[in-house]
Write a protein that binds this ligand. Structure first.
Ligand code: HEM
Length: 278
């Protein structure tokens, strides 16, 4: 929802009706693909929970889902199933071991970077069923809560490994993981500045503020997924994963799954980035 849209909804009843019919008409003629927030963006406003309730009493026709919107719902569903597959497998692989041997690094990094961060990135999706009933501020709150909790859990996971290892950052996985952690801190700072974009507008242009957060967030997610990809060639995975006869095939399956998850999750922010045309 644009700020303009919100203002109109809160002011007068007549304006509300205009807003609803506008939203409906626009949705039917040119459906919005993603809920990008850009004050200057030509994207039509999203229909909010309250306007939906009001709309029930109006004789306006129900919005029709386009093929692209249906496809987005299906792709988000597939993405969640793939994330679930990798998460359940890695947790099962780790948590079935004796308590002293459990590789908490793998468990926490998977939960933090793969589950929570992906979910955080998808908070703004039009194709995300869970956030369909939310307004823009609720989506933003959900986004930063998921990102922050994912970051904390992921960083704890990395710290555990750093404390356990004697030689540090000597593999592709470890080096990319270190880069992920460094960029993650910058990403959290840029998220904070993006959250207070309005308050900071005298110093930093909101559009630039949000776009740079989008870019840094994307770099962080890309690095974390690259680190995840290379985690399947670590000794730990080699030792505790399925037996050797099926190992290579299975590893390939997990690697391809990670790439698909990356593409399906990063698609939304990339789209928003292109749409905001900075
Ligand atoms: C996106 C998620 C992940 C990130 C960001 C990450 C990050 C890191 C970092 C920064 C290190 C270096 C620690 C050091 O050398 O002191 C490391 C090491 C390690 N990680 Fe991960 N990790 C992730 C997921 C995983 C997973 C899922 C596994 C297991 C399947 C795993 C297994 C290992 C192992 C065995 C090491 C030590 C050997 C090496 O550096 O390759 N990691 N990880």
């Amino acid at each position: 929802m644009t700020r303009r849209g919100k203002f109109v909804v809160n002011k007068t009843r007549d304006a509300r009706i205009n807003f609803i019919s506008d939203a409906y008409t626009t949705q039917q003629s040119a459906p919005q693909r993603h809920d990008c927030q850009n004050i200057n963006s030509p994207a039509p406003p999203q229909i909010s929970c309250s306007t939906r309730r009001l709309a029930q009493h109006q004789p306006t026709p129900q919005p029709i889902l386009t093929f692209a919107q249906k496809l987005e719902f299906v792709l988000t569903l597939i993405n969640r199933m793939l994330i679930g597959f990798i998460t359940i497998y890695l947790c099962w692989m780790s948590l079935r071991l004796d308590r002293a041997d459990i590789p908490w690094h793998a468990v926490l990094c998977t939960l933090g970077f793969l589950v929570l961060m992906s979910e955080g990135l998808m908070a703004y999706y039009r194709g995300n069923v869970w956030t369909q009933v939310c307004q823009r501020p609720e989506k933003a709150r959900l986004h930063w809560l998921l990102q922050l909790s994912g970051s904390i859990i992921g960083i704890i996971g990395i710290m555990i490994k750093i404390c356990l290892e004697e030689v540090h950052f000597h593999t592709r996985h470890g080096i990319i993981g270190l880069a992920t952690m460094i960029i993650l801190f910058i990403s959290l700072l840029s998220g904070l500045s993006s959250l207070y974009a309005t308050e900071l507008k005298s110093r930093l242009q909101p559009r630039f503020n949000k776009t740079s957060h989008n870019i840094i967030g994307l770099i962080t997610f890309t690095l974390s997924m690259a680190s995840m990809y290379y985690s399947f060639e670590t000794q730990l995975f080699n030792d505790f994963s399925l037996d050797a006869s099926t190992y290579l095939d299975f590893r390939l399956l997990l690697e391809i799954t990670t790439i698909i998850i990356f593409v399906l999750t990063a698609y939304g922010p990339v789209w928003c980035l292109l749409y905001s045309r900075i």
